[in-house]
Design a protein around this ligand. Structure first.
Ligand code: UTP
Length: 303
């Protein structure tokens, strides 16, 4: 792929959709958002906010829904708690709340009916206005032992290739393609043009095993594309379908592979939630060793 310019863009706004019902994680999500489930010591959405902060994001809009107010509480300043911790000398715990002092601005809007990811992103239109922006899914952690800089790299690719959309992708086993949005790459390499993409294809329909990995950069013309995208058979507007419309209208969409040390943890069901929790807990610098020994003992008992 040829580079078409080297103007740097400053993208400082991100949208985190967190309005989904999380039905695959019931009953854990009956009265708490799946995005607030803990993975190791932190709720999922805290990993995402920390990752975005590292990538230069300054303002985050959460698209929330009913029953999601604990997300607002989590990112709210809590001077009473800070004072109590300080007075009782618990400086180590204060560091754990560092995210409160990152200087990020948090804003909230509501998706009133859960009509799909495309519809959730459309709720951000007034906030975004005419600037390009990042979308990061509220239930997907990217990184392994440390936060990923994929969003920063996506922003660079978006600008260098003068794209309307840049999408992070990762390879998945071919038998799992029907769980993801799958892209059709026209080209090799870390960054490539996307020729087409399809949401949850059957295995024989999938043009590759490259799955959309929950991080995107968009030009604001995405909103018009979402408005012109119809509802699918489940009554949802798929973000993937809106991107497909942009492609059909001649817009440039590029994909970027996650690097070898990056992994996407898509916490949509109990299988992936358990696996992710266990991986993060086992590698925790403080508690991991003891837990590893405990798990070895349990496995020795032929659980
Ligand atoms: P999912 O596709 O996993 O859907 O959402 P879901 O509704 O949360 O979960 P299930 O299928 O009922 O188990 C991916 C991300 O998009 C957000 C979710 O909150 C999650 O972070 N989302 C999804 C919305 O904000 N609104 C929607 O209408 C759908």
């Amino acid at each position: 792929m040829t580079k078409t310019g080297n103007k740097t863009v400053n993208i400082h706004n991100a949208v985190i959709p967190v309005a989904g019902l999380g039905t695959r994680l019931l009953p854990a999500t009956k009265s708490q958002p799946k995005e607030m489930l803990p993975v190791g010591k932190k709720p999922i959405v805290q990993y995402i906010v920390e990752e975005l902060h590292l990538c230069g994001i300054e303002r985050v809009l959460f698209v929330t829904g009913r029953g999601k107010s604990s997300i607002e509480d989590h990112f709210d300043d809590d001077p009473d708690l800070i004072r109590t911790l300080r007075e009782s000398g618990k400086e180590d715990l204060l560091e754990e709340l560092e995210y409160e002092r990152m200087g990020l601005h948090f804003l909230y809007t509501r998706q009133r009916r859960q009509r799909g990811l495309g519809d959730a992103v459309l709720c951000a239109e007034n906030f975004i206005g005419t600037e390009p922006f990042v979308v990061a899914l509220g239930d997907s952690i990217i990184g392994r032992h440390e936060p990923s800089l994929i969003v920063k790299r996506l922003i660079e690719a978006f600008e260098v290739h003068q794209a309307s959309c840049a999408i992070a992708v990762e390879e998945v086993p071919i038998e799992e393609v029907s769980m993801y949005g799958i892209v059709k790459p026209s080209g090799e390499g870390e960054v490539f043009e996307i020729g087409d993409l399809i949401e949850k294809p059957r295995r024989e329909e999938a043009a590759s095993n490259l799955a959309i990995a929950g991080r995107y950069v968009f030009a604001p013309d995405l909103f018009e594309a979402i408005k012109r995208t119809g509802y699918d058979h489940r009554g949802e507007i798929q973000l993937t379908d809106a991107i497909r419309l942009m492609l059909r209208e001649g817009k440039r969409v590029v994909g970027m592979r996650l690097s070898a040390n990056e992994k996407r943890y898509d916490i949509g069901n109990f299988e992936s939630y358990f696996e992710t929790f266990v991986e993060f807990a086992l590698t925790d610098p403080v508690y991991g060793r003891r837990l590893r020994n405990h798990v070895k003992e349990l496995l020795g008992e032929n659980l």
